[in-house]
Design a protein around this ligand. Structure first.
Ligand code: DGL
Length: 306
């Protein structure tokens, strides 16, 4: 029987998923990847559930049609709003459709949340994310599941718990961060205002926060400014040292682990070490920006999703 060879698809609304792709390729360089950025319709984070679900499903179907066996939703907004519905409602009918391949879709929120207990000392967690991710409460729900096993954490002294017994979670929507990045303005002086705005707001809400989750894959591209802000202002607003969690490394480790636990997927994957880039926007524009974000040349192709 002919061996079915498949790629790993990485999907985001725009450039943010490149931060995940880069980390995954560092961890698992042997596989072939197909990156898809729906830049023409970004940002997703201000859209409703129906729209985010519809766009994400179109992207997932497209990547399956291009021989991807696994699709990573390298987008918190899509993971929060569409992942569960796609897994439960759509995946069964998509399964086996493409040349008898096994297919699956994975998100980024769970692997991020699992890293929290080993990092926080105060148990006060801040989530910076898009309005859609914040309103979905996905991080809060996943973190609360962790709190259920708080006895384990208390025993190991990993973090202290609130009087109610759980983690203290504060969310902050940052609606203007993705547009800054999509428009290449994130390292310009104008971005400082919006970095200050959201960081100040979340730390004023809870000055005990010692762990800030960048709950949007675009946000690591703002990390130079976020780190600078914390160095300059952290002590004025926060009672303790602040650790910033960005997701690339966590997602890469999680995928590596998944492939070990699921050899039925790993064995379908081709190992040519390649990566192709697709965008729903202008291919030259994507190539230029992605080459800057990745610091290596990218030649993108334009596609339409529907
Ligand atoms: N990178 C996406 C995320 O992780 C950005 C969503 C958007 O386009 O607003 O949420």
């Amino acid at each position: 029987m002919q061996r079915i060879m498949a790629k790993i698809g990485i999907f985001d609304s725009g450039y943010g998923g490149l931060t995940i792709l880069e980390a995954i390729r560092r961890e698992l360089p042997q596989y072939d990847y197909l990156y898809l950025g729906d830049n023409a319709r970004a940002p997703y984070g201000t859209h409703s559930f129906d729209v985010i679900y519809r766009y994400t499903l179109q992207a997932v179907k497209y990547l399956f049609s291009q021989d991807c066996a696994l699709v990573i939703l390298a987008c918190n907004t899509a993971s929060a709003k569409a992942l569960r519905t796609i897994q439960q409602k759509n995946l069964p009918s998509l399964q086996g459709g493409a040349g008898g391949r096994l297919v699956n879709v994975l998100g980024v929120i769970r692997p991020t949340v699992e890293a929290v207990p080993a990092i926080t000392k105060t148990g006060h967690i801040g989530i910076l994310a898009t309005p859609a991710t914040v309103s979905s409460e996905s991080y809060v729900l996943e973190l609360e599941k962790l709190s259920v096993s708080k006895a384990v954490c208390q025993q190991s002294g990993l973090y202290s718990v609130s009087p109610q017994g759980g983690l203290i979670i504060t969310q902050q929507a940052c609606p203007l961060w993705v547009p800054l990045i999509e428009n290449g303005e994130h390292l310009n002086p104008g971005a400082d205002y919006f970095v200050d705005l959201y960081l100040r707001q979340i730390l004023e809400k809870d000055p005990q926060i010692d762990t800030l989750i960048l709950g949007c894959t675009h946000y690591p591209l703002l990390l130079p400014k976020i780190s600078q802000w914390i160095r300059n202002n952290g002590k004025r607003f926060a009672a303790s040292d602040i650790q910033v969690i960005s997701q690339g490394y966590l997602e890469a480790k999680s995928l590596a682990d998944y492939l070990v636990r699921h050899p039925e997927y790993a064995s379908q994957l081709s190992q040519g070490g390649s990566c192709r880039y697709l965008t729903t926007e202008n291919a030259d524009r994507f190539s230029q920006s992605a080459s800057l974000f990745l610091s290596s040349p990218v030649q993108a192709e334009h596609i339409d999703l529907e």
